[in-house]
Every structure is written in C-alpha cells, then in structure tokens.
Design a protein around this ligand. Structure first.
Ligand SMILES: [Zn+2]
Length: 213
C-alpha cells in the first residue's frame, strides 16, 4: 500500500514520508544522537522523538485534532455519498442522535443509522507502533454503548480503526474500508494523514492556525 502511495505523491511529501519512515528527521533526540549541540527535550520538557513530535506533544493537541478531523471528514463525505445517513461532530453532519446517545459524555466519531442497525465508527491517527494500544483503548472506551443500543432495540456494531500518522495502514483500517466498500478512500485517508503530519512537522516551531484539510 505504502509503495503504491508514493507514485504521484509530491516530491516534498515523498521525501518527508521516507525520512519519517526511517526516523532520520532532525528531531531534538536525533540531533543529540548526531552530536549536535542541542538538548534532546521538546519545549514541553519531554524527549523530542519523532513519535513525540507527530503524536505525543501535549502542546500540539489542536494540530493532532486537525489531522484527525481532516481524515474523518473524508470518511464522512464518502459514506454520505454512498447513501449512508452520517451523524458526526463535523460541519454538515450534525444531525439529531438517538436519545440513548444524546446524553452520553463519550461518543464515537461517526454514527450511522439505518432502520434498527446502528454502526459506531471511531478513528484514531496514532504513531504506527501504537496501533494495537489505540485499538484496544478505543474499543474499551465504547463497548458499553453496544449494550445500551441493544437495550433500545437496536442492532449495533462498533468499528475502531487506525490510520497511521506516517501514512501506514492498520489491519483495522483495511477491514473497515472493505466492509464499507470505500474503494479509493483507503489510500486517500492514509495520504491525508501523511500530508497533515508533514504540515505538523514543518510548522512545529510556528504558532498554529488550522490550515485547510
Ligand atoms: Zn513536546
């Protein structure tokens, strides 16, 4: 998948993807390793590895949310174009939810309702080595909603899937794309995550204003 993605990719994104995959970008941790006269810590105080820069830094949470929502809106638009009724906290997709979900403090990213069927979709954009942890954490977070949905006479399914911040696919992303017949979106979602990570990386020393997806 990754190899097929780099065809047609702009050269700067391709270079970033390769350097990120090999972990040879000039993070403070790498600069230290290369004996540059800098400390290994990020301004937040934590060791500035690539995983920290792309996924971990507490000071960059709005940037990570922007990347997550950039992928999410593509999924919502695609599902909507296929005739699904999409409920999501995104512009154009905020429809009323079933009563049992309205008062839940934690709700998955997208809810699809068709008759008595309800699909709960949750996207995470983690660093690839955290795919399993992210999957387990999100599954645990929303499993209780399945019981609640059943109590309300619905037939629920929970899909938690991960798109890697360096543009790599998880097994759960492949399964989800196949299940919902998402075609090109499988590659597009990965590319969007990668492009957003490029922006997050190149603006890491700059103040943040959400750029367009
Ligand atoms: Zn930091």
């Amino acid at each position: 998948m990754w190899r097929s993605m780099i065809w047609g990719m702009p050269s700067h994104i391709c270079r970033f993807a390769t350097q990120a995959a090999l972990d040879v970008l000039p993070t403070h941790a790498n600069l230290c390793r290369w004996r540059a006269p800098v400390g290994a810590a990020c301004v937040c105080g934590v060791r500035d590895t690539l995983m920290h820069a792309l996924n971990g830094c507490e000071l960059k949470l709005p940037r990570f949310k922007w990347r997550h929502d950039s992928v999410l809106i593509q999924i919502a638009q695609h599902l909507s174009s296929k005739g699904h009724l999409v409920h999501a906290d995104l512009p154009g997709f905020s429809r009323p939810l079933p009563a049992f979900l309205t008062h839940q403090p934690l709700r998955p990213d997208i809810v699809l309702i068709s008759g008595t069927k309800i699909d709960l979709l949750e996207l995470t954009v983690p660093f690839e080595q955290n795919f399993s942890d992210a999957h387990l954490r999100k599954t645990r977070k929303y499993t209780h909603l399945l019981g609640l949905a059943k109590e309300h006479g619905l037939i629920p399914h929970l899909y938690c899937f991960e798109v890697g911040s360096r543009g790599l696919s998880s097994e759960s992303w492949s399964v989800f794309c196949k299940k919902f017949d998402l075609g090109d979106l499988k590659k597009k979602g990965l590319l969007t995550a990668l492009r957003c990570s490029y922006v997050i990386w190149t603006t890491r020393f700059l103040p943040w204003e959400d750029p367009p997806p």
